[in-house]
Design a protein around this ligand. Sequence first.
Ligand SMILES: Cc1cc2nc3c(=O)[nH]c(=O)nc-3n(C[C@H](O)[C@H](O)[C@H](O)COP(=O)(O)OP(=O)(O)OC[C@H]3O[C@@H](n4cnc5c(N)ncnc54)[C@H](O)[C@@H]3O)c2cc1C
Length: 584
Amino acid sequence: MIHFHYHDVIIVGAGLAGTRAAVEVAPVADVAVISKVFPTRSHSTAAQGGAAAVLNNNLKRGVDTWLLHMFDTVKGSDYLADQNIVEYFAKEAPKAIIEMEHWGTPFSRMPDGRISQRDFGGHQRTRIAHAADRTGHALLHTLFEQSIRLGVKYYPEFFVMDLILDEEEGDYVVRGVVAYDIRTTELHIFQSKAVMLATGGGGRIYKITSNAHEYTGDGFGMIYRKGLPLQDMEFPQFHPTGLYPLGILITEGVRGEGGYLINSKGERFMERYAPDFKDLAPRDVVSRAIYTEIMEGRGVGPKKDHVLLKIDHIGKDAIMEKLPEIWKFAKTYTGVDCTKEPIPVMPTMHYMMGGIPTHHETGEVVADVGPDGEVSKVVKRLYAGGEAACESLHGANRLGANSMTDTIVFGRRVGKHMVEILDTIKIKDLPEDVGKEQEEKIKAILSRNSGEKVSKLREELQETMWENVSVFRTEEKLIKALDKIKELQERYKNVYVEDKSTTFNMELKEALELENMLNYAEALVASALFRKESRGAHSRVDYPNRDDEHFLKHTLAFKQEGKEPLIKQRNVVITRFPPQERRY
Ligand SMILES: Cc1cc2nc3c(=O)[nH]c(=O)nc-3n(C[C@H](O)[C@H](O)[C@H](O)COP(=O)(O)OP(=O)(O)OC[C@H]3O[C@@H](n4cnc5c(N)ncnc54)[C@H](O)[C@@H]3O)c2cc1C
């Protein structure tokens, strides 16, 4: 049985970006949020260290300005961020944080009661607002409460499979989404005037990641499978300090509070790689430094495959007040008491700088660019926000603590744009056969009794990505990865599940997630192959230098059935800061 629903606005994703947009729209329209996990279990709740904004509450490193926040972000991005977007972000960030404070976020405080701010990598001022080391949890619960107060309708544990797209006067337009209820496996069609994809990131294509199990890039998959482009996918971010060997995140806030990295000789090695910023250099720089130490034989442990993060010198009281969760993670998963000994760490896949490209004014999803590199077509009333989107704020390397602020600044902006246009839109009937394709897909997976196992294919993908497409890349390894992905895509056609139940069938859900993963992994590797230079998080051993002449451009990857992805380039917007050599 297929169920039908109508809401003025459908938001896919109940993390910070989705709920922030919902709170903006709810006072004037009927808005529903769909989430494959319970809303407050969205990955935003795991965010630890804090959210960047110029508040000037902590002046220990000097007075802060939006222009300086903009400069740090642009430099951090290795000049690939669109500067009009960064300027808007840096100016709006303080308002967005204060708004969260007024709605009740329990931020940590300065002695005089103002919001406490700490240091983070690549930021020249002390500008990270935080709630101890559980900032995401505090922010998400605040927004969830506000959304409930405003009557936002939630569909928890519903899995969105596809967008319903149509054409109107030569433009694409969105009419809703197709989802199924994970509790019953029944199909639900959601019709709406506008849709936002706020589906978060996709770190689960890698073997070692700080990301939640839900981070399977379903939004990326939905876009790419429709022949729409993904932007700058070659830039996944490797966070330098994942807990060894699991990859659970140890927040940059540890280094922000005075922690530093050491190698097997006890050397504070970041002094050599970033003489000014040291341990608070941006993530791409620190991750490369750690791998270089390991490759040159100065890693620790029997396999010499990780380094140590020392924090005990700031004292037990400070650790317990500012980093209580980190103390617990290290103790629970490795037995290390970080008030006494250093934490074993290694880089872990953490964040997607790239994603669904959006229009700089409206936030609508970009469908194509012309030969001049400018946007030529959008999908009307389809928006993207949060980690799923590529606005492009983070360019080739995101600064820590800019993402949570990104979700609320741009979530709010998407909400505002929706409010402006909703009254002008007329609803059209959906095609007769809507939902049939998705129903057939589920049936086919459930009815196969033999073939390829989901977990096996996923494991092979994760292994391939980790071995061939991590911090340092070469053409040879990237080609190997792309060939493997093609092989896995072929084998996926024969995927089957052992669990045939229609109640909470997690294996079925994982089979659908895997289809998305195999799709955006292809876009990621093809984009990395195309970019024959090193910039930000994309380090090509065979092309070690940045090449502004050919690659100061965004990469757009389009799926082509049975062929290599089509790659196009989109212009980068440069307003205030011409590209310079990046030194820390
Ligand atoms: C461990 C960790 C710590 C971090 N710490 C920080 C930090 O200190 N500071 C910072 O700035 N950033 C941090 N980040 C990054 C930041 O938290 C995220 O980028 C941001 O919170 C993402 O928010 P979002 O709203 O885009 O997505 P999310 O919060 O991840 O939400 C995604 C939503 O999409 C839904 N969804 C996905 N696919 C589907 C589907 N097919 N059908 C239905 N629903 C779907 C999910 O159910 C979920 O509700 C951290 C990230 C991690 C992993």
